[in-house]
Design a protein around this ligand. Structure first.
Ligand SMILES: [Zn+2]
Length: 432
């Protein structure tokens, strides 16, 4: 048994949480400990349900130099996550029952965090033929989220068929919205900064046009659409409109799109043209960031998803045009969300729990996660200290990669402990 003493559940009044056999047995008044009870002193700490990420790149199989299921899930546990959805753009691509079961098993063996594989929509992410969606859904991995993430399912007929297909097992298509012809050679957000720097522009319309089309397609066939990493104010308006129709649309935003802007490519203290800021979709403008924050606050955007995208040094520390797109994010997600959403008064901790645990679990149809911190729930618990503020030091990260845009940046908060079904994976900020 574990007794968590004096934790502020969802940021509220201090309470004790008793965990027995992997399940929350009791939440409430202080209780006496006994010799058979492990006590975690949680004065001043906020208790949240274990975080759930809908969008993680674990890179295994194929790019184990960047990340493995084991290193990525250790990174997730340190970030307060108890479940992650592993994206399908591995090598081989996760487009068969065999590959998704392999990833799922690797997650079980590592044991730090539940790994729910995402299945590819099309064979080899080639955008030409539907993958074996049904076989992946029926596999031991129980896939419910399908995505060609990294690439857009740009063919409207194929997208329609995929949306129709997944209805049979309550699946969802998670679209990486990027019209490929409008973004050929694109290097960063299209705007004043890209003009000054002479980098190929990535217009907002390339994202917004696909989102609008897919909302209409999802409504037409009565299916579920999830929009990955929304990055523009215009996308927010389209999603708000689609939701107002009662359509079954959900959306995510990344921590970095809630905090960082495209002018960092020009004026960052880390130097201009620093590929650490090269990411897909690109960092946008201050107005976009403010619209994304407002949308996460009012629920137009359902959840935060990290898009944790590890890359080895040689793929990032090169000239801008040659550098890989993406940044790591699991171990900084909660501090960045605190900075962007809590410190600004836009969300409270109960709402953070909703956006980072309950809703992503529901979108992924992931049972056993995202449940309330109350008796009977699986003991997936994150203990978080919002008080300390420190410069981000990636040297302590468990991720195999170091491509964080936050190095040296002052961010609040620290994950102190993570419990996966009652078993500590992190204690005192360190892996167990
Ligand atoms: Zn993507």
């Amino acid at each position: 048994m574990i007794l968590i003493k004096n934790a502020r559940v969802l940021g509220g009044e201090p309470a004790d949480i008793l965990v027995r056999d992997g399940v929350i047995a009791e939440v409430g008044a202080p209780r006496a400990d006994g010799p058979e009870i492990t006590v975690i002193e949680a004065d001043g700490l906020i208790a949240l349900p274990g975080l759930v990420d809908l969008h993680t790149h674990l890179r295994e199989p194929g790019r184990e130099d960047a990340e493995t299921v084991a290193s990525g899930t250790r990174s997730a546990a340190l970030g307060g996550f108890t479940a992650v959805h592993a994206m399908a753009n591995t090598s081989p691509v996760a487009d068969t029952a065999g590959v998704v079961e392999q990833v799922w098993r690797l997650g079980q063996e590592a044991g730090y965090c539940d790994v729910r594989p995402v299945g590819a929509v099309t064979v080899g992410l080639d955008g030409e033929r539907l993958a074996e969606l049904g076989a992946m859904a029926e596999s031991a991995a129980g896939v419910r989220v399908f995505s060609d993430d990294g690439k857009c399912v740009s063919d409207a007929v194929l997208m329609r068929r995929a949306l129709e297909y997944v209805k049979a097992f309550d699946g969802v298509i998670a679209q990486h919205a990027q019209e490929p012809r409008l973004t050929a050679g694109a290097q960063m957000n299209e705007g004043a900064v890209s003009g000054r720097l002479g980098l190929g522009g990535w217009p907002a319309v390339a994202e917004e046009a696909i989102i609008a089309r897919d909302c209409l397609l999802a409504a037409h066939v009565g299916s579920r659409l999830h929009v990955c990493h929304v990055s523009t104010a215009g996308s927010v308006e389209i999603i708000r409109w689609a939701k107002s129709k009662g359509w079954n649309i959900t959306a995510e935003v990344t921590p970095h799109h809630l905090l960082l802007t495209d002018d960092l490519v020009e004026t960052s203290p880390l130097g201009s043209y620093n590929p650490i800021y090269k990411v897909n979709p690109p960092l946008r403008t201050r107005d976009d960031v403010l619209a994304l924050r407002a949308a996460l606050a009012d629920g137009t955007i359902d959840c935060v998803a990290t898009d944790h995208a590890p890359h080895p040094v040689e793929d990032k520390e090169t000239e801008w045009a040659a550098a890989a797109m993406g940044m790591i994010g699991l171990e900084t997600a909660l501090p960045v969300v605190q900075e962007a959403m809590i410190e600004t008064g836009l969300l409270d901790w109960a709402q953070v729990a909703d956006r980072m645990s309950a809703r992503p679990a529901r979108i992924g149809r992931l049972s056993g996660h995202g449940t309330p911190l109350e008796a009977g729930s699986p003991a997936n618990i994150t203990l978080y200290d919002p008080a300390p503020r420190a410069a981000v030091d990636p040297h302590g990260f468990a991720s195999k990669s170091r491509n964080t845009p936050y190095e040296g940046m002052s961010l609040p908060g620290r994950v102190v402990a993570t419990l996966l079904r009652g078993r500590p994976t992190v204690m005192e900020g360190k892996l167990v």
